[in-house]
Design a protein. Structure first.
Lengths: 204, 204
DNA sequence: ATATGACGGTGACACCGGTCACTGCTCCGC
DNA sequence: GCGGAGCAGTGACCGGTGTCACCGTCATAT
């Protein structure tokens, strides 16, 4: 996604000002963007790539949602707004190019351009919905379905079908143990929903 | 909480305008405010009482969080903003007086008074954090702790200690079965953390 | 007084998922 | 080639919790 397109919903004047003060940065895959407990100085807007957001709890973690191109990590916005430390962690899942907005400017822009706020309200919205869906899955679905949904979402977001990922990775994202993933993967394979190759998994 | 105090963080001019267009309403306990799938015309700001917000999933439900005095149900805001149906349900837990803001005015106010947006950002924040905590509890804690935390929060929010509530109610809120609550309550009682009377529960 | 309905208590049971212990495989670096 | 690291597969086990069946108690309505 190009920069101009990402800002197309905003007044031209504001878009120009953003381009002036924000910087575009290319971030390699697997880079930590935000650690829980950390304070924040920039708000990223993803242009290309994929960021994943997780919550950590007593050495276990859980994938909360992904941030796709055109979206922003509002947790950083939130953290800056109330000057609170972040409750979540974020890292790049793919190589990612992002527009980095300095927090100080962001709040100023919000005051001067009402449309700028709408953008963040929409983001809050999306994240809230994501969390709600995560809750539903965690509480009401069993591993079979959670795992399958996870794989589907992953192929959909990355655009790759045999995806390269280890069982351990999946277990981390779903907040469970590796053995469990092994077991359930076998079951899914048996049901003809997935196929496993060395080093990768294909959805059918 | 009085109306003027609730609006004290806003510019006087805006507060006056709000008082002009919004209406204060007293709602009896147990009234449905918002049903999942419904569209919204007013945004409530709680002045007195307590609203609870739940999500429904295949005839089971789960308490997401409470809305205390001074807070607002941003899900209604969200629903109005994108004209989407609500994904959650809300009802009064206690008799509640609320300030009802007509959605059309709200967006206009957001445009004219930047400070008004901040108020909603803070609310979004609070709800996001609530959801995150709910996720932690559901995924990482067992029933013992979930139930105890639930009771603690309830006494804290209502200000009553022997609280009047049925096992079935609790089970609904925690998204589990009545028998489970019976069982775990016995355990908590045995551990000396709670006491059960006919019709009510006391925390120790 | 009796019937009805809501509530709580309880035992038996099954299932899911977390844990442990161990095996075998592949890919490296030395 | 050898050893170590990381990964997947597996069987055994167990604890938590959802479910079923059933009973006793209490309050209320008829």
């Amino acid at each position: 996604m190009e920069l101009t397109h990402a800002l197309s919903s905003l007044p031209v004047e504001l878009a120009e000002e953003i381009k002036e003060y924000a910087s575009v940065k290319k971030i390699p895959a697997g880079t930590g963007i935000l650690r829980a407990g950390q304070y924040v100085k920039v708000i990223p807007l993803v242009l290309e790539g994929l960021i994943k957001v997780v919550t950590v709890y007593e050495d276990k973690e859980l994938l909360l949602y992904y941030i796709a191109p055109g979206e922003s990590c509002i947790m950083t916005f939130m953290a800056g707004l109330q000057n609170e430390p972040s409750k979540i962690s974020a890292m790049t899942e793919e190589e990612t190019t992002a527009l980095l907005l300095p927090t100080t400017r962001v709040y100023e822009w919000g005051n001067r351009y009402p449309a700028f706020n709408t953008l963040f309200f929409i983001q809050y919205n999306a994240r809230y919905s994501d969390l709600l869906e995560t809750i539903h899955q965690v509480l009401f679905e069993n591993m079979d379905k959670r795992l399958f949904e996870y794989l589907k979402k992953k192929t959909h977001l990355t655009g790759r079908n045999p995806i390269k990922i280890s069982h351990r990775q999946i277990a981390n994202d779903l907040g469970t143990a590796r053995e469990v993933i092994s077991r359930v993967m076998k079951k899914l394979e048996h049901e003809g929903k997935v196929r496993q190759y060395t080093n990768s998994i294909e959805i059918i």
